[in-house]
Design a binder for this molecule. Sequence first.
Ligand code: AMP
Length: 504
Amino acid sequence: MMERENYVRHVLELFAGYGDAEAIVADDRRVTFRELHDGILGIASQFNPGVAVGVLASTAPEAVMLQFAVHLLGGRIAWIAPNAPRSFQDSFLVRAGADVFVYDEHAAGALGSEMAGASGLPTYRLHELAAHAPAGLPEGVTTEPQALYQTSGTTGDPKLVLHGEKFFNTALAFARHYKASGEHAMKHLSLAGYWVMSTQMPAHMAMLTGGTYYTVSKFVTAEFFGLIAKERITDTLLTPPLLYFLLDHPLTAEADCTSLRRVNVGGAPVAASRLQQAIERFGPVMRPAYGMSEAPIIAAYPGIPADPVVLGSVGQPYGDLQLEVRSPEGQQLPAGEPGEVWLRGGVMMSGYWGQPELTAETIVDGWLRTGDFGYVAPDGNLFLLDRVKDMILTGWGSTNVYARPVEDALAAHPAVHAAAVVGVPSAEFGEVVHAYVVPAAGASATPEELREFVAGRLNGTWAPREVEFVAELPLTGTGKVDKKQLRAWRAASQEAGKDSTPAA
Ligand code: AMP
């Protein structure tokens, strides 16, 4: 078979050119591009072309080296979520068809050796692998580089999302475009591990453009702000719950964030009122971004204006991405009409690993069904309303209620720190709108006040029929509000015959 063109060869050329500049700063370790380059070649020399590696690692720079090394060999890397349930971690290795297992012996030694024992696979320690001297470029590579990531499972069991060479080539093309456009050199601070798909995209953008990828193994508010000020961080990515936490934190008022050029907020809906506060605090640097494991960057809104009409938008399709809003029958809908978001483009996944039927349901004629429900405004900006599966059908008229506008309305109340809305079964109305509300520190409001507040902004049908106050909202491993868990709370409290949440 013919030797394949491999994207990592281009990456290695770029890294060699960036030389002694800093590629990665991980806690107190600083790694240059030369070290990154050599680490990749050192690791690659220890495996055969086409190897399938299951890996348990999070923020170590060696994890970055490992992925590029496996890809240079035309291999498959499967990222085990360190915070997934144990049974899933074990089955992931089997489902992913791993030939070998690699774990970070410093950060996950105990779990790694347990998993090694349970899997029976040939096992390597990450730091030992990376300490190997670099060798020349591998030969005889005929297979496509691939990577498997688990979805965060906000709406079902984790699936294994497969990204192939098209995806990594697209990221390389985005990076070239970014560099050519003369935009600022990136110092991107990531707060999630490298195993998370949405971490890899901006981390690669930073490194491929000669910027620096910063990663921390633990989030501490004072250290977060300290790092931004000391290193003059330009970019970061926050989930909405983390943004709300920072906005309400006493340290935020005094922190020096003048270096920030772009604060991406994404992974879940961000309330327009909180985004407005963030613009007031951090300046016109907020960028709502919409992505999913299946297509990590779909739309983005750089420099979103503090205009209430557009603050709820996620902006316009990113890069080469094409986006259509379609009816349940798959017909494209005109601007302004809500429907399911479909897309196609280079960042789209190749499919769900080992699940051809699910893949065929999700990728239809080359288009990916996102399962997200929204509309495109006449100016081209995309507004997301809900997940198709989470929409609430309520009232005698069976009205469709979308969680997002209700959550935004609740979040605009001064006594509300954060809110999440789910539909819960009701004998009378099919479903009713049920809100979980985390009160703002030192503030209080009655359920009735909040209901009226939402009814005033939307209407009585959309106002939550039930409001429960909770100390915090349950989050998934990647920091999104876990709606499955909220529904489980509700079911558990009904089972117990009471009307309150177990977590209050
Ligand atoms: P995951 O694949 O687990 O990262 O989840 C992706 C889902 O998160 C998307 O399908 C959306 O429902 C949601 N999501 C991501 N970014 C945004 C955003 N900026 N606004 C609203 N929803 C978002």
